[in-house]
Ligand binder design. Structure first.
Ligand code: KG4
Ligand code: ZN
Length: 336
């Protein structure tokens, strides 16, 4: 089955065609990140405007690259939640129009379920159940993926998401947006013990908290300024990156130990972090755990992952009518 995926929940306008949830035929992305960088973060209104301008051309390009007409598609899958509401509405409405015009099923896809499905594009052997860390700009979850469409959240952030913490620290350090890659770049050559940053205490065994860590970085910057000392930016970026990735890895491995899980996955924009990947690869090897990391191209927002998850939602009968609504928030374990 050929599924066209549409993704517009943040600053990427994306469309892709995937066959049977696994085989990629096209993957087109137009990002407004460079423009958003001028403002130090995503301005929702700008994101929505760029989606409106780009969505038709991006979707046409994805179908052309796959060599398919809308009539040859089996379904149109779209991120309908969660996301910036003005942004996600653009994709949802476009998908509705296309599905209606071509008389194809419309498949609503939860954005985080899509991030997890990105792994299916790379690993044909990967099948649920498995334990997955989903870390993006808006969420940090440890999820038990029970089946392709059944999820159980074991832990989550109680305040900032991991990507959000990277973005906020990058902005404070004047490193630009998106913050994750900017912090990683600034950390090169820095000493991970250059500054002592706390591991915040948090209720809930698998929960995480990053707002205290972000405040600790702010305090270092302010104290340096007050004392007239020069800030060692590389050391601070390295110390922050080490602490946050260490917390994520530790919680995921703890959840794996308790569950006796032998397969672990990571998904979402933060899965692109080289230190996190290296840390987990080493520890999983030591503990005899099989670790699946998404290809770098599929870590950040894309529509291939939406088309992949769309296939499994379609198989489960999760289609929608033209009254499908977009939602700014929705738990990953929502009931259809
Ligand atoms: O999944 P994603 O593309 O969009 C959301 O669903 O939010 O994640 C974007 C987030 C941003 O906060 C970005 O700073 C972070 O992922 N990110 C990274 C890296 N690349 C992107 N964080 C850490 N290290 C990276 N290399
Ligand atoms: Zn995302």
């Amino acid at each position: 089955m050929y599924i066209l995926g549409i993704e517009t929940s943040c600053d990427e306008t994306a469309a892709a065609v995937v066959e049977d949830g696994r085989i990629l035929h096209s993957n087109v992305i137009a990002s407004s990140a460079a423009e958003q960088n001028l403002y130090g973060g995503v301005v929702p209104e700008i994101a929505s405007r760029r989606h409106i301008e780009n969505i038709s051309a991006v979707a046409d390009a994805a179908m052309k690259e796959a060599g398919l007409t809308p009539q040859q598609l089996d379904a149109v899958a779209v991120t309908f939640a969660p996301g910036l509401i003005g942004a996600v509405l653009v994709g949802t409405n476009y998908a509705k129009g296309l599905a209606y015009a071509a008389a194809k099923p419309l498949v609503p896809v939860h954005h985080l379920r899509g991030h997890i499905a990105a792994l299916y594009l790379t690993y044909p052997e990967l099948k649920p159940p498995f334990l997955c860390l989903v870390a993006s700009g808006g969420h940090s979850h440890i999820v038990q993926v029970e089946s392709y469409t059944k999820f159980r959240v074991l832990g989550r952030t109680v305040d900032d998401a991991a990507g959000e913490a990277f973005d906020k620290v990058a902005r404070t350090l004047g490193l630009g947006y998106p913050g994750g890659p900017a912090v990683s770049k600034a950390a090169v050559g820095g000493d991970i013990r250059g500054y002592t940053l706390p591991t915040p205490h948090v209720e809930g065994k698998y929960n995480v908290s990053f707002s205290g860590l972000k405040t600790a970085v702010l305090n270092v910057i302010n104290q340096c300024a007050m004392k007239g000392e020069e800030l060692r930016t590389a050391d601070l970026a390295a110390s922050f990156q080490f602490r946050i990735t260490d917390i994520l890895a530790e919680k995921l491995l703890l959840a794996a130990k308790d569950a006796g899980a032998k397969t672990l996955c990571v998904a979402g924009g933060v899965a692109a972090n080289a230190l996190l990947r290296e840390n987990l690869t080493k520890q999983c090897k030591k503990q005899g755990i099989t670790l699946y990391l998404p290809e770098l191209a599929f870590c950040g927002d894309n529509a291939a992952m939406i088309a992949a998850q769309g296939y499994y939602e379609l198989l489960a009968g999760n289609t929608a009518g033209l009254d499908l609504n977009s939602l700014p928030t929705l738990p990953i374990d929502y009931r259809e």
